[in-house]
Design a protein around this ligand. Structure first.
Ligand code: GMT
Length: 401
């Protein structure tokens, strides 16, 4: 058992995967007795606000007409330092490198160099890398050097897959330690409960129809037009419906394509949903044809609900989904294809949905992978142990009184 700590968590509180992981991490840590302080621009969307041991601190950004772009990162740094001092936080844990690691660095420096020597302290911060902060945004010339700096200055760095760790080393020339702590899921909350399935599924599909699902923020990297195109082929071959959970820039293009392909009346565009743990288990199959995924949290959440995925062989996805062809040689818990291979994905989906025993075996293997390797009960202690390691080596920086 590691000591109970006071932890400040910063993330994008809206619908990105990094915000989901940060929020679920905070909830899990609080449930284990830690005191968790979310320091974010708005309450993280998966928080009910009623959880014990969790407090929320809003970052208020002052808008002055001179500011074409109000400096959120500075307001965040100020709030981090204030909260850390007022609540005697042990550490900050920021999710997504840009700009959160830089704000945490400023907060650390503000506290370390206080005029009043008695109030000086060293506040270590850990940066968790999630994906596009490294593979997309961080690579832009305007952000690359500062992202690299934020990573180097962090007291600890974690990545959500081996792929992302290696990519970070390669793209940012990071020589220091990067600890891989993978995405996780609460296997008691994300689980298929037959009575709930029987009650809810008829809202989305009849007994004769197969139900497919996609969950994302509908950004171009998710290739949701491929989701619609694959589904249209499936719907031509067998009775089927699709739940599209989420919202984002590509939604109207996907709706337009659904109309063009004549499947608009078979697709439920549900928008952003808070109860994805209740919706995912209703499906037979998930479609995740992303251009890139450093891990693929949505597929993991579906797998925990006994829903296998048809996904793309990109980034860290093969660390989660084993199509049986890989070196692990285990029973397939999903299927992987090249990006954009709509025909192969559709053919595979049709064959799988028609083969009930194979679909059931894959669903069981998906659940088993989630519960054997990615349950929060297994992953959260890795974060706790990592916090202790970082805190232990940070003591040398504490000002002597
Ligand atoms: O792509 C998203 O869904 C958002 C993005 C984020 O950073 O908010 O997600 C990334 O983090 C997730 C949680 O760690 C990972 O599971 C996703 O694979 C990753 N997305 C990409 O790499 C594109």
């Amino acid at each position: 058992m590691t000591p109970l700590r006071k932890i400040g968590i910063t993330c994008y509180p809206t619908y990105g995967g990094s915000g989901v992981v940060a929020t679920e991490l905070g909830i899990e840590l609080a449930a284990r007795g830690h005191e968790v302080h979310f320091i974010t621009s708005s309450p993280p969307f998966r928080l009910s606000g009623r959880e014990a041991n969790i407090r929320f601190h809003e970052v208020d950004v002052y808008h002055y007409p001179l500011f074409e772009h109000p400096p959120y990162d500075l307001a965040l740094a100020t709030r981090m330092a204030e909260v850390a001092e007022f609540y005697s936080l042990d550490l900050l844990h920021v999710h997504y490198a840009i700009p959160h690691s830089l704000s945490a660095l400023l907060a650390r420096q503000m506290l370390e160099t206080r005029q009043d020597a008695a109030r000086r302290r060293y506040l270590p911060f850990i940066t968790t890398l999630h994906g596009t902060d490294i593979t997309l945004v961080g690579l832009d010339r305007s952000y690359l050097p500062i992202t690299q700096f934020g990573i180097e200055q962090s007291d600890g760095v974690t990545a959500i897959s081996n792929y992302l760790r290696d990519r970070t080393r390669e793209a940012f020339n990071v020589l220091g330690e990067i600890e891989v702590i993978r995405n996780f899921v609460n296997c008691d909350v994300y689980v298929r409960v037959p009575t709930k399935l029987a009650a809810m599924r008829p809202r989305y599909a009849s007994d004769e129809e197969k139900l497919l699902v996609h969950l994302s923020n509908f950004r171009p990297v998710k290739r949701i037009l491929d989701v619609v195109a694959v589904f249209a082929r499936v719907a031509q071959a067998l009775p089927a419906r699709l739940m599209m959970i989420g919202d984002g820039p590509d939604r109207s293009a996907a709706e337009h394509l659904a109309l063009t392909l004549g499947v608009a009346d078979r697709i439920h565009f549900l928008g952003k949903q808070d109860n994805v743990n209740e919706l995912l288990p209703l499906a037979d199959l998930m479609l995740m044809p992303s251009e890139m995924e450093s891990f693929g949290l949505a597929a993991l959440e579906a797998m925990a609900c006994s829903v296998p995925s048809i996904a793309t062989r990109v980034g860290g996805v093969p660390e989660l989904i084993d199509d049986g062809a890989g070196p692990q040689g285990g029973p397939a818990n999903g299927l992987l294809f090249p990006v954009g291979d709509i025909e192969a994905m559709a053919d595979a989906a049709i064959a799988l949905l028609r083969d009930r025993p194979r679909l059931h075996a894959m669903a069981a293997a998906a659940r088993k992978t989630a519960s054997d390797r990615f349950c929060s009960t297994r992953i959260i202690p890795l974060y706790e142990q990592y916090y202790e390691r970082v805190l232990a080596r940070s003591t040398e920086h504490q000002p002597q009184s």
